[in-house]
Ligand binder design. Structure first.
Ligand code: IVH
Length: 696
């Protein structure tokens, strides 16, 4: 501890006491903590150490001297027949924690080194809230929270909504049996609950324990019932008319026989070595459990020995909680990035000052969506609470109230996808932003390719998820048209270079690709993976428009004329084809030989074709489009591509290393465009020449 003048130490102690008091109220009374438990424990330990070193600083109302808890107005207080105690916590998460407990027990029992190992019952330390269930003549008559250990709250109505808790005990029931255990929320139930809250744009819960505590202390049992709580028994309270078994483990077995849930992950073990092994084994399984645990609990198994060991103040000498690394920690939010998922969802991701949480070092955590981010009020520079539990992605669950630099701007979602530049959309009533790039977006490429190749789409035999992974990971397929180039000698060479790609599978793929080229407009439209365009809509569109160019050029009004197409679907189709790169994909696929029968459609479209009556000449190498793709695009837009420049040429599109055609264009005063200019033309914008054309 740093050397400080006594006045400063007194001030620090008072400060710590005030903080601990505040946070205990938030935790116990309001079920809404502002800091992680680990942080609370640190403050608590600091105050304890201060008081130990300077007993004159110890006050009777110090948080270290009190069992905190409280009764919320609205619930009837219940005085426990036997106080609900807590257990000593071993925060040293290494094997030394278990060894220290065993040594203490042996010392207290005055066992010498030669005495056989002590038998223990080892259990999980469930991270929920303690509950006393009182059964009289086998019927559940009362459920009460722990409160301050002496007096809790009557929450019977809410506890009755927990299906796992029997309202009647099985078998021959004692006159009075108080079952003590933990009410908790499974992780999947917690995730679902938060997912629902997020969808509704409501506040999410920090962790399963808070959600469970909030549910138990809900004044409205109907709301409590919406959170599917669970329960595990771990001990007894008052008992009348029943002879308790001789060991703790046998007591748990008896409770299970009464029909009370008892966690099967428990063991009877010998000595420190057994405890150490249990701590390690459960630690390894921690992430895979269906619920949160914050440690394991060791209890001397023989009741006779428990009685001999007794209690120190309010803690039994025969039990200890041996912790695991905390699942929530504080750290600094350094930046907010955007991640684009396989389905195109944009997720704000917190870039964190690396922090050890839930057993690993975490430097990225999800912020879910922009609304939740705002609700939590987090900004770059804030100290935030990070949670990592189970195999769910670490998340920022909140921030610690406090100062922040004045100039930090509010986070904004980008309007263009950070991966592919496509427009970012958010539909009405949706909380998530999405990239509209689909097939064009590298982040969505694998998923999009699989969809494209699917049986109900282009039905490309031989293209499954493993091969898609390989092709994309090896960089062989950037855009969809490239898929069809795999059949070329160059493509085949690349394929054969793929890891483990047998000649036979390459041949299968090439045959599959060839076969898929003869398709239908409905399949093709569905294959493009336009959001909200499922098979049925694709069929309706194909029937209605008959030709791909009419679908691509249809206005919102025209799209709305299609059976079952509403504003959301129409908008999604418009957004897709408004973007030149998506039109290029279509043109590229056609150029690669993908065909389907077309007709004039149920409703002949009058969609304007931006290049009708125009002649263009291509020269040089374009960066993004192959010559064929550019040609197909121009033709799809109603234009013609000529081989040489004349006075009748409307535009010359010049790529790199353009030669005599460019010179000729200059000579004749024909407008020259670059690739971007061509895209603008295709999108219906007036052509902008890239260089001034001489007057003539
Ligand atoms: S035994 C006298 N066993 O941890 C011993 N407690 O301070 C009473 N807890 O809030 C507790 N899992 O609700 C025991 N397997 C377990 C437990 C457990 C969780 C909680 C308990 C209490 C705290 C102990």
């Amino acid at each position: 501890m740093p050397r400080m003048p006594v006045e400063d130490l007194a001030q620090r102690a008072a400060e710590l006491a005030a903080k601990l008091h505040h946070h205990a109220q938030r935790y116990y009374v309001h079920d809404a903590p502002e800091i992680p438990d680990a942080e609370y424990d640190r403050l608590y330990a600091e105050l304890q150490a201060l008081e130990a070193a300077h007993p004159e600083l110890l006050t009777s109302d110090s948080p270290t001297q009190r069992v905190i808890g409280g009764v919320l107005a609205g619930f009837t207080p219940v005085r426990h027949a036997l106080p609900m105690l807590s257990i000593r916590t071993e925060t040293d998460t290494t094997p030394a924690g278990a060894q220290a407990f065993d040594e203490r027990v042996r010392r207290e029992l005055e066992l010498d080194a030669a005495a056989p190992p002590v038998e223990y019952s080892a259990e999980l330390k469930f991270d929920g809230l303690a509950m006393n269930l009182r059964y009289e003549a086998g019927r559940l008559v009362q459920a009460a929270t722990r409160g301050d250990g002496e007096t809790g709250e009557d929450v019977t109505q809410n506890i009755r909504t927990i299906r796992e808790i029997p309202l009647r005990l099985a078998g021959a029931a004692p006159a009075v049996l108080e079952v003590r255990g933990e009410v908790y929320l499974r992780r999947d139930a917690f995730e679902r609950l938060n997912e629902r809250q997020r969808e509704r744009g409501e506040k999410t819960f920090v962790n399963p324990r808070n959600a469970a505590a909030g549910a138990v202390r809900q004044l409205d049992p109907a709301i409590a019932a919406q959170r599917p709580l669970s329960f595990f028994a771990y001990g007894l309270g008052e008992v009348q008319g029943w002879v308790q078994p001789e060991t703790h483990s046998a007591t748990l077995d008896a409770l299970a026989a009464f029909g009370v849930p008892v966690c099967p992950d428990r063991a009877v073990l010998q000595g420190a070595a057994g405890l150490v092994a249990f701590h390690a084994a459960m630690g390894a399984r921690r992430d895979a459990l269906a619920f949160d645990i914050d440690g394991v609990v060791y209890k001397v198994n023989a009741m006779a020995l428990q009685r001999r060991l007794g209690f120190v103040t309010r803690e039994p000498r025969w039990a200890v909680a041996h912790k695991y690394p905390a699942q929530e920690q504080l750290t600094r939010l350094n930046a907010i990035d955007i991640q684009v998922g396989r389905t195109g969802k944009l997720t704000p991701v917190a870039k964190l000052e690396p922090v050890f949480v839930g057993g690993t070092t975490v430097s990225n955590a999800t912020l879910h969506n922009v609304f939740e981010l705002r609700r939590k009020g987090v900004r770059v520079g804030d100290t935030v609470i990070v949670r990592r539990a189970g195999d769910v992605i670490p998340e920022v669950v909140g921030k610690v109230p406090g100062e922040r630099p004045a100039h930090v701007p509010n986070f904004r979602m980008p309007t263009a996808c950070p991966v592919c530049g496509s427009r970012v959309l958010r539909e009405r009533g949706e909380v998530n932003h999405r990239c509209s790039g689909g097939l064009f977006c590298a982040a969505q490429r694998k998923q999009a390719l699989l969809h494209f190749a699917g049986r109900r789409a282009m039905d490309i035999e031989g293209l499954g998820d493993k091969l898609v992974d390989q092709l994309v990971d090896a960089g062989l397929i950037g855009t969809l048209p490239e898929l069809y180039r795999l059949g070329s000698p160059e493509g085949l060479r690349k394929l054969s270079a793929l890891d483990r790609m047998a000649d036979k599978s390459a041949a299968n793929l090439v045959a599959g690709l060839e076969k898929s080229k003869h398709s239908t407009l409905a399949r093709f439209l569905y294959a493009l993976g336009i959001r909200h365009v499922g098979e049925a809509t694709a069929k309706d569109l194909a029937r209605h428009f008959g030709r791909i160019d009419r679908v691509m050029d249809a206005t919102l009004e025209q799209l709305l004329e299609v059976k079952d197409v509403g504003p959301v679907v129409a908008h999604s189709i418009r957004t897709c084809f408004e973007q030149p790169h998506n039109r290029e994909v279509v043109a590229g696929l056609r150029a690669a030989g993908v065909t389907w029968p077309e007709h004039d459609g149920a409703a002949a479209s009058s969609a304007p074709q931006p290049l009708t009556g125009k002649t263009l000449v291509l020269t040089g190498t374009l960066q993004l489009l192959s010559r064929d793709e550019a040609k197909a695009l121009i033709e799809a837009a109603g234009g013609k591509v000529a081989g040489s420049v004349s006075k009748k040429t409307h535009w010359v599109v010049a790529g790199e290393d353009a030669g005599s055609k460019l010179e000729k264009a200059r000579e004749l005063g024909v407008a020259v465009l670059d690739e971007a200019g061509l895209r603008a033309l295709l999108a219906g914008e007036p052509g902008e020449p890239v260089e001034p054309t001489p007057d003539c």
